[in-house]
Design a protein around this ligand. Structure first.
Ligand code: PYC
Length: 310
């Protein structure tokens, strides 16, 4: 019987479950090596923490591991219902809110290691957190693709800590009541990318799809499909980073100017960027709220101890 201490929060409606104690020992290697050990030797722990019956398809897990660099506050591996994420913006905001809740940090900048690079997350006295994400860039613009039920559409491919396909102009309205419709549309776009071997750089799978529409209260509203086919309730920190990279590449947003991204549930991230060569460093601000503290009980006699797989 194993007890795993977790703290749950949500960032703009999107949940993060931070594992505080009871996680697997992943050794002392680089964070990429530890991610590989997690994936190959402890994948049941991932599904036990985030999948039903303890979690849900929407839940993102965050395993805190000792940082490689002593100046870092933490190192974190994010995971979900189907695997592992490079970075996770809403999740990083959730981790910082959790460390604040535990009185482990004070307001100010926190260096956080992730499998795709180091980010800085600055906690304000108000509780707002600003992530300076990994450098982000547009890889390809206006990529045409034939999608079942949509015909020929086009989208940009961009990196924001995960790979995104960004589609504008499909609709003038994104309403949460139509979330299952947009899930189907985005799933068909993802399938078309796979079928046509359209990838990110170095053949990386594009596992996040973003659909944009106008918003009366923000610069843009988005629907974001995550790898396990759940949609992001937050505006997606890595997705907003990818969006900024496209806006910067198109000359539509100047360095330092504010971009307010709204999610399909109506939550917001405020964002801006700094140019770094031909990439950008996005700054994404939002707030997470701790809403649960618990011990998960992993009893191997339970037939669904490791989650409902599939
Ligand atoms: O906020 O970057 C994000 C994110 C990725 C997947 C879910 N949320």
């Amino acid at each position: 019987m194993k007890r795993v201490r977790v703290i749950d929060s949500h960032t703009g409606g999107e949940p993060t479950r931070v594992v505080i104690e009871g996680g697997p020992d992943l050794g002392q290697g680089s964070i990429a090596e530890r991610l590989e050990i997690f994936r190959t030797s402890h994948d049941g722990f991932r599904s036990a923490v985030v999948k039903e019956p303890r979690g849900s398809d929407v839940m993102v897990g965050a395993l805190l591991v000792p940082p490689c660099d002593s100046t870092s506050t933490a190192a974190v591996i994010f995971f979900n219902n189907v695997g592992y994420l490079g970075m996770c913006g809403h999740g990083a905001i959730g981790v910082v809110a959790t460390l604040d809740y535990l009185n482990l940090i004070k307001p100010g900048p926190q260096r956080i290691e992730t499998p795709v690079g180091v980010i800085t997350a600055t906690l304000a006295e108000s509780g707002e957190v600003t992530i300076h994400n990994v450098p982000s860039y547009r890889y390809k613009a206006k990529v045409p693709i034939e999608v079942e039920g949509l015909g020929l559409i086009q989208g940009d491919i961009a990196w924001g800590g995960n790979w995104f396909f960004l589609v504008d102009g499909l609709t003038t309205q994104l309403d949460v009541k139509q979330a299952s419709h947009w899930t189907q549309v985005a799933t068909r776009i993802k399938q078309a990318l796979l079928d046509n071997n359209i990838t990110g750089e170095n053949n990386a799978e594009i596992d996040h799809i973003e659909i944009f529409a106008p918003s009366p209260t923000a610069n843009s509203r988005s629907f974001v499909l995550c790898p396990g086919n759940a949609y992001d309730r937050s505006p997606c920190g890595t997705g907003t980073s990818a969006k900024l990279a496209c806006l910067a590449a198109d000359g539509k947003l100047k360095e330092g100017d504010l971009w307010r991204q709204e999610s399909i549930v109506g939550s917001h991230f405020d964002a801006s960027y700094k140019q770094q060569g031909n990439q950008i460093v996005p700054a994404i601000s939002g707030r997470a709220w701790v809403n649960s503290e618990a011990f998960l009980v992993l009893d191997p006699r339970d037939p669904f101890c490791w989650g409902i797989r599939g």
